[in-house]
Each structure stands twice: as structure tokens, then as C-alpha cells.
Design a protein. Structure first.
Length: 566
């Protein structure tokens, strides 16, 4: 029996993968080593789903004193690009993980993989098939009916070797021939029915150029690359569970001693109001439904980073949802909860008015400017305080004033009082409307000089507190209000409706007449703030000292769903 203390990490029970790893260490399997790998395809940008795999692969290595390799699965030169390689490395570093000097590529092993394919041919376990991929697919049959053997399945070893070498010399066009493993056309597992292991691709490779004309399929390259690198734990998402017998079959024909990598599958990360398919994300970019891979509405890591998500919040979210063998649809509200939880501790509170309405305090001395002391973060005393200028004219939010407010409206209205945060209590005495539009343009208030915040005599209470920005000290800013990209929880659920039909038309609102306090003059891209009473924001890379641009990371409260307490 395993001691209960070994089954938990802090207050969290070990997940099933940790239990497997600890059992393998205890039984001295693969000499008790822990060596994982993260194997992305360089054909797109990483998204939040990849973050779950990254945290697992690197996290297991860190926890058990092992190693984690970064290995690019670059077996399809048609879809791959150095741009994606660079972005993947940047995202992994940003998440807080380091592969040290262990950066590998499947293309590093093209020679070894080719030699292994030749070995399989010589042993009668692989053959060249002249049929098209479509015909081969039809011949595989169904899970309940055996497949039909290829008419080329019993070619001689010499003929197979001759054809395979000629395939790699570029003698045949793409699609003319493939190399298949000779496994079992009657297996109930469709992946074992003589899978294709090499195909002809005449496009140059971004690393090997035109050296190769045949390229290995993922199932053939993956397990062997694990073996070449000494990987002990190949951690994959659940869709690869049916591939595992083939993974083991190849390793069995390759290994020369007791060492072997073991594949374990876990549930992938699915999010509400989101699509995770690389193909669909690429479609959104190519059709300009979003503004590139790093659009803050995208689930890509570069998009989340641009929106203001922190590595800590993403790792915390992954920890919350955990790893199981059961597919689940995770509520995006939990991801948003994780970033709120993180930013609440670290984000400096500042004043920003995104829909400004001018207030004139009629009894405040003209030309007078007072410096009000404002705390930077009530959750972090060490963050200190700052001085904010207060003057006769200030901006407040348009939504904080109503001409005829209801009874439970605790903000400003004619004859009503509110406190200006960190300053005075003011009372509305009147307002001015635009004669043409009827829009309220200015409100007129008086202040009570005995109610300055922090002063001993300031003990009068009012129900409402408003944020504000001094008019002569305000900085102009553009604010981008981002929301969920789709308007339904599962955009891909209805196969009869194009997922694009569910795009949220209000996923981005750009406000260009915003006012922010003067302390934000020196901000840098990716700086994080809480705009008081509005939400959490960060500085967009488009921002310049002459044109400040802020992105809303998340609202202060969840307006779509409630996070359930467990």
C-alpha cells in the first residue's frame, strides 16, 4: 500500500500521470529516469490548449528532477515556417519554462528514420504501395469489418527497396507511391491496418532543403524520435490513445535493450466561447475576421499575452482544471477568474474615464490644484501611494450620472451627493444639455471642503464613490474593449451551421475619447493596471507616448457566467 502522504502534493491529490511516474520511479523502470518532451508542429501559433501540454511536460520534469526536450515535429514542409518555430520558442519561455540545450527537430532524425524504414522493408514489415491515398483508405474497411490487403503487399524485398530509394530520388510525382508498414489488415484498431509511414513531398524543407523527397508520417516519426532522445514518458492528448498500439509496435521493432518510452494520454483543453482548431484559427486570420495571430480575442498564447494575461494566471488555470482521462468543456469564466485573481494582487489601481462627462465644481477656487494621496493597491501595502492632481474641472463616467435616477442608483443625479475617490464629497446642482442632440454635456456640482479624504474631520458618509480624472491633467487614450470572440458556448457543436455565424459582433469596441490620469504618461507595452471600477487593462504594443492604447484584459466581474465554488 502507498502511504497517503505520497498521494498528495500539498492539499492537491496526485493526478493519474504523477501516480504513473512515481510508480515507474519506484519500480526503477528506465532506471528511474524522468525525461519528457514537448513536440509542437511548426505550422501555426501555440494556443491555450498547448499551454496545458507545456505545463505537464515541463512540470513533470521539474517535479521529478528530470529533463524536458523541445522537439519540433517538422515532418511536413508544405505547412511549416521558421516564423512558427520562433513564436513557439518565445511562448514557452514566456510561460516560464526552459528546455536548456535540448532543442531538437524530427528532421534531425530523417536519416535514422529512413534507415529504420529500410530495416523494416528488409525484414518484411514494410512495402511500397502504388495505390492512391483514397483507394488505400477505402481498403482499410471499418472497425467491424476486416480490411482488404493491397495488391502490392507481397512485393519482394528487393523491389520494395528499389522503389523506396527511387521515391527519395524524386523519380515519382507526389501521390504516386507511399511506403506502408506491414502490420495487420484485420486488426480492430484501424491505425494498425498497414498504416502509411512515408509519402512523397517534393517541396523543400525549411531546415534540410531539397535533401529529402520522402517524409515520414507523424505516427512513424513520433515514437522513434522519442526513442532516439531517450524519452521515458511520452505524454499525449486523448485522441492519440488509439495510436498507442502502433507507437509500441514501431518501438518494439526498433529497440535493442530494455529501455523503451511509454505513451500516456490525458484530456485536452477545451474552452467555451472558443475554437481550438489550428485550421479554424488560421481561417480567422486569413479571412481577416481577427487582426492576426496575436489579436487579443484569439486563444493563442501571443494573443492572450497581448490582451494582458500573465504566465502565472495561465499556469494557475491549468492547475485548476487538472489532468484526467475524461474529455471536458472548461468554462472560459474560470480562465478569466484566474487572471482576475492574479491581477488583483499585483495590478496598480489608476483612474481612467472611458466615456467622459465633464464636471465643473462651481465653488472650488479657480486655478487651485491639490495633490490627493491615492493608494496604489489596497491588496499590497508595499505598493505604496501616489499623488494625483485634483482641480475645479474633472471628468467622470457618463454612466455615473442620470437625469432621473431610480431609487437604488447610488451614483450622481440632480440634488444627489457622492464621494470622489480620494478627494471630496460633491453635490449635483445642475447640468447642461446639447440643444440639438439632448445629450448631457456638463454637470455642475458644489463640494464640501470639510470632507477631503484622509482628513480627521472627513467623517460624513455617502453611499456612492466615483472615480475621476482632472481635466487639465488628463491624458488622451484609446481603449479597446475586448470580449469573447463567439456568442455561443460551443461554436463548433452544430455541424450544420458555419462556426463563423456565431462570431460575436461586439467582441471589440474601440473608444477613442478616453481620459487617463497623468501618472500613466510613462507606461510601457504590456504594463498592467486596474482601471478603478471598470476592469483590468494592459498597455498594447501599438501604444506610444503620443498615442496611449490600452486593452481590456477582463472586466472586474464576470458578466457572462459565475465561477462555481468547489
Amino acid at each position: 500500500m502507498t502511504d497517503k502522504s505520497e498521494k498528495t502534493e500539498g492539499s492537491r491529490p496526485l493526478n493519474f500521470i504523477e501516480e504513473i511516474v512515481e510508480r515507474e520511479i519506484r519500480d526503477n523502470i528506465n532506471n528511474g529516469r524522468v525525461h519528457t518532451r514537448f513536440p509542437p508542429e511548426p505550422n501555426g501559433y501555440l494556443h491555450i490548449g498547448h499551454a496545458k501540454a507545456i505545463c505537464l511536460d515541463f512540470g513533470m520534469a521539474q517535479k521529478y528532477g528530470g529533463k524536458c526536450n523541445l522537439r519540433f515535429d517538422d515532418t511536413n514542409p508544405i505547412k511549416e515556417d521558421v516564423e512558427y518555430v520562433d513564436s513557439i520558442k518565445e511562448d514557452i519561455k514566456w510561460l516560464g519554462f526552459d528546455w536548456e540545450d535540448r532543442e531538437y527537430y524530427a528532421s534531425d532524425y530523417f536519416g535514422k528514420l529512413f534507415e529504420f524504414a529500410v530495416k523494416l522493408i528488409k525484414e518484411g514489415f514494410a512495402y511500397v504501395d502504388d495505390q492512391s491515398a483514397e483507394v488505400i483508405s477505402k481498403q482499410k474497411g471499418t472497425p467491424t469489418e476486416p480490411g482488404i490487403e493491397s495488391p502490392y503487399r507481397n512485393r519482394s524485398v528487393q523491389e520494395n527497396l528499389d522503389l523506396f530509394y527511387r521515391m527519395n530520388e524524386g523519380e515519382f510525382p507526389e501521390g504516386a507511391r507511399v511506403l506502408r508498414a506491414r502490420v495487420d489488415m484485420t486488426s480492430p484498431n484501424m491505425h494498425m491496418r498497414d498504416p502509411i509511414i512515408y509519402r512523397i513531398i517534393l517541396s523543400p524543407h525549411h531546415r534540410t532543403g531539397s535533401t529529402w523527397k520522402v517524409y515520414p508520417m507523424y505516427d512513424f516519426a513520433h515514437g522513434q524520435s522519442d526513442y532516439f532522445e531517450g524519452i521515458t514518458n511520452s505524454l499525449c492528448t486523448l485522441e492519440f490513445e488509439v495510436h498507442r498500439p502502433l507507437y509500441d509496435w514501431f518501438v518494439d521493432h526498433l529497440k535493442t535493450d530494455d529501455y523503451r518510452p511509454h505513451q500516456t494520454e490525458f484530456n485536452r483543453l477545451n474552452l467555451t466561447y472558443t475554437v481550438m482548431s489550428k485550421r479554424k484559427l488560421l481561417q480567422l486570420v486569413q479571412e481577416k475576421r481577427v487582426n492576426g495571430w496575436d489579436d487579443p480575442r484569439m486563444p493563442t498564447l501571443c494573443g492572450l499575452r497581448r490582451r494582458g494575461f500573465t504566465p502565472e494566471s495561465i499556469r494557475s488555470f491549468v492547475e485548476k482544471i487538472g489532468y484526467t482521462k475524461v474529455e471536458a468543456l472548461n468554462d472560459v469564466a474560470l480562465l478569466e477568474h484566474s487572471i482576475r485573481e492574479d491581477l488583483n494582487k499585483r495590478a496598480m489601481r489608476v483612474s481612467a474615464v472611458i466615456n467622459p462627462l465633464k464636471m465643473i465644481i462651481t465653488n472650488y477656487p479657480e486655478g487651485l490644484v491639490e495633490e490627493m494621496t491615492i493608494e496604489n493597491n489596497p491588496e499590497d501595502i508595499s505598493a505604496g501611494e501616489r499623488l494625483v492632481s485634483f482641480s475645479r474641472e474633472i471628468y467622470i463616467e457618463q454612466d455615473d450620472f442620470m437625469e432621473e435616477p431610480p431609487a437604488k442608483f447610488f451614483r450622481l443625479g440632480p440634488g444627489r451627493e457622492v464621494r470622489l475617490k480620494g478627494a471630496y464629497i460633491v453635490k449635483c446642482e445642475g447640468f447642461k444639455k446639447n440643444e440639438v442632440t439632448g445629450v448631457i454635456e456638463e454637470i455642475y456640482c458644489t463640494y464640501d471642503a470639510q470632507t477631503r479624504s484622509g482628513m480627521p474631520e472627513s467623517n460624513r458618509k455617502v453611499k456612492g464613490t466615483l472615480h475621476w480624472v482632472s481635466v487639465p491633467h488628463a491624458l488622451d487614450a484609446e481603449v479597446r474593449i475586448y470580449d469573447r470572440l463567439f456568442s455561443v458556448e460551443e461554436p463548433m457543436a452544430n455541424k450544420d451551421v458555419d462556426f463563423l455565424e456565431y462570431l460575436n459582433p461586439d467582441s471589440l469596441k474601440v473608444l477613442t475619447n478616453c481620459k487617463v490620469e497623468a501618472s500613466l504618461a510613462g507606461v510601457k507595452p504590456y504594463d498592467l493596471f486596474q482601471f478603478q471600477r471598470i476592469g483590468y487593462f494592459n498597455v498594447d504594443p501599438d501604444s506610444t507616448p503620443q498615442h496611449l492604447v490600452f486593452n481590456r484584459t477582463v472586466s472586474l466581474k464576470d458578466s457572462w457566467a459565475k465561477v462555481k465554488n468547489k
